[in-house]
Design a protein around this ligand. Structure first.
Ligand code: 1CP
Length: 370
C-alpha cells in the first residue's frame, strides 16, 4: 500500500514535469498549430506578414539605434525585441522571427547589403562556383544569431502564442543571387535559366540543401511552424514553375519532415494563379498562404486538402475603415468552416497606420466572439 502510493506520487511528479517541459518549449498545441494541422478551433488565429517592421514607430526606433539592417538581423536581443513588438500591441496568435530571406546567400559567402530607402543589393553570381566552397559548420555559425534570437523569443512568448520560422524558397533566393537586386519580372534570371539550365540547377540544388538545414535548425531552436516564401514564382511559366518552384519546395518539405514529421509548414507561392492547386498537391505542405488575386472560391477548393491562410489585400489595410472591415468579414464568412488562418495577401506596407492593424485584428477576433 505504502509502495503503491509512493509510485503513484512519483508518476504524478513525472506527469507534472513533462507537462511543464512541454509548455516551456512551446510544444503546446495552440489554436494556430491546430488549424495548420486541419483541426477546427473556436477562434480564428491571425498573424500578418511583415507584422514587425517600419510601420511601427517602436521598430523604427530600434532600427535607428541598430544602424544597419543586417546588424539588426544579427543582434539576437534586438531581433527578438522587434519580433515581439507587434504582439505587445495587437492580439496576434503568432510571432514570426525577425530576420530576412537574404541571410542565406549572405551565409553562403555572397556579398549582401541594403541600400537605404531602396532595398537589397547583392554582388551577382553566375554559377555556384562563384561562392566559396560550402562548409556546413561555417554556414550554421554565421546564422547562429538567428537561432539565438529564436531561443530568446520562444522563452519570452506566452504558451498560447506560436513562433514561426521562415526561409525564402530556392527560386526567390536564386532571383536575388543572380540579378543582384529586386525586379518586376526577373527577365534576366529566366533568360539565364534557358541559357544555363545545368548551372542554374546546381544553384537550386545547393539552395535546397541549405534551406533544409536552416529550417531544421530553426525548429531545434524553438520554431513551432515554418513558412517558405516564394515571392517571385509568379513570373514563371507552367513548366518552369514545376521545375524551379514546386519540385525544390517539395524536396525541402520531405527533408524537413524526415527530421520533424509533425512540424506544420506553410507555403507561399505568391502570384502563382493557376499554379496554386498544383503546388498544394505536389509539395505536401500543410497550409498555403494566398495572395489577394485568388478568388475565395479557389481558396475554398484548396481547403479540402490543406489549411488556407490569407488573403486580405494589404492596400485595403493601408486604406482602413469600412472597405477593409467588410472584406475581412467576407473572407472569414467564406472560409471559417474549414481549415483557415487569417492573414494578408502580402506584407504590411510601411505607410500603414498602426490603428488600421488594431481595427483589423479586432474585427477578426470579434467575428468568432459573436
Ligand atoms: O529598412 C528596413 O527596416 C528594412 C526593411 C525590411 C524588413 C523590415 C527588409 C528588407 N526585410 C525586413 C524583414 C523581413 N523580411 C521579414 C520580417 C518578419 C515579419 O514578417 O515581420 C520577413 C518575413 C522578410 C522576408 C522577405 N524579405 C521576403 C519574402 C516575403 C515578401 O515580402 O515577399 C522578401 C522578398 C525579402 C527581400 C527584402 N528584404 C527587405 C526588403 C525591402 C525586401 C523586398 C525587396 C523587393 O521587393 O525586392
Amino acid at each position: 500500500m505504502i509502495h503503491g502510493s509512493y509510485y503513484y506520487y512519483i508518476l504524478l511528479i513525472n506527469i507534472f514535469i513533462y507537462f511543464i517541459g512541454g509548455l516551456k518549449s512551446g510544444s503546446m498545441k495552440t489554436e494556430f498549430i491546430k488549424r495548420l494541422s486541419g483541426e477546427h478551433t473556436d477562434h480564428i488565429p491571425v498573424w500578418l506578414m511583415r507584422q514587425a517592421g517600419r510601420y511601427l514607430p517602436e521598430y523604427r526606433e530600434v532600427r535607428k539605434n541598430a544602424g544597419d539592417f543586417l546588424t539588426l538581423c544579427y543582434t539576437p536581443k534586438l531581433a527578438s525585441e522587434v519580433t515581439l513588438q507587434p504582439l505587445q500591441r495587437f492580439d496576434l496568435d503568432a510571432a514570426i522571427i525577425f530576420s530576412d530571406i537574404l541571410v542565406i546567400p549572405h551565409a553562403l559567402g555572397q556579398k549582401v547589403w541594403f541600400e537605404e530607402g531602396e532595398g537589397p543589393r547583392l554582388d551577382p553570381i553566375q554559377s555556384i562556383d562563384d561562392l566559396p566552397e560550402f562548409n556546413q559548420d561555417k554556414f550554421l555559425n554565421h546564422l547562429d544569431p538567428v537561432f539565438e534570437a529564436l531561443r530568446l523569443t520562444r522563452a519570452a512568448l506566452p504558451d498560447d502564442k506560436s513562433l514561426i520560422g521562415f526561409a525564402g524558397a530556392p527560386w526567390t533566393l536564386a532571383c536575388y543571387m543572380i540579378n543582384g537586386r529586386g525586379s518586376r519580372d526577373y527577365q534576366n534570371v529566366r533568360h539565364y535559366t534557358f541559357q544555363n539550365p545545368d548551372a542554374f540547377q546546381n544553384i537550386i540544388d545547393r539552395l535546397v540543401d541549405v534551406i533544409s538545414i536552416y529550417l531544421i535548425e530553426k525548429i531545434k531552436n524553438g520554431a513551432n511552424a515554418l513558412q517558405i516564401f516564394d515571392s517571385w514564382c509568379g513570373v514563371l511559366s507552367v513548366e518552369e514553375f514545376d521545375r524551379w518552384s514546386v519540385q525544390p519546395t517539395a524536396e525541402i518539405v520531405r527533408r524537413v519532415r524526415k527530421a520533424y514529421p509533425d512540424i506544420p509548414m506553410i507555403g507561399f507561392p505568391r502570384m502563382a494563379g493557376y499554379g496554386y492547386e498544383d503546388y498544394v498537391e505536389k509539395t505536401g505542405i500543410n497550409a498555403v498562404s494566398c495572395d489577394p488575386t485568388l478568388p475565395l472560391s479557389t481558396l475554398r477548393a484548396m481547403q479540402d486538402h490543406v489549411c488556407v491562410q490569407g488573403n486580405l489585400d494589404n492596400l485595403l489595410l493601408l486604406k482602413g475603415g469600412d472597405a477593409m472591415v467588410s472584406q475581412a468579414k467576407k473572407i472569414c464568412e467564406a472560409l471559417n468552416d474549414k481549415p483557415f488562418i487569417f492573414n494578408l495577401g502580402h506584407g504590411v506596407i510601411k505607410e500603414t497606420p498602426p490603428e488600421h492593424v488594431e481595427l483589423l485584428i479586432k474585427t477578426i477576433k470579434d467575428f468568432t466572439r459573436g
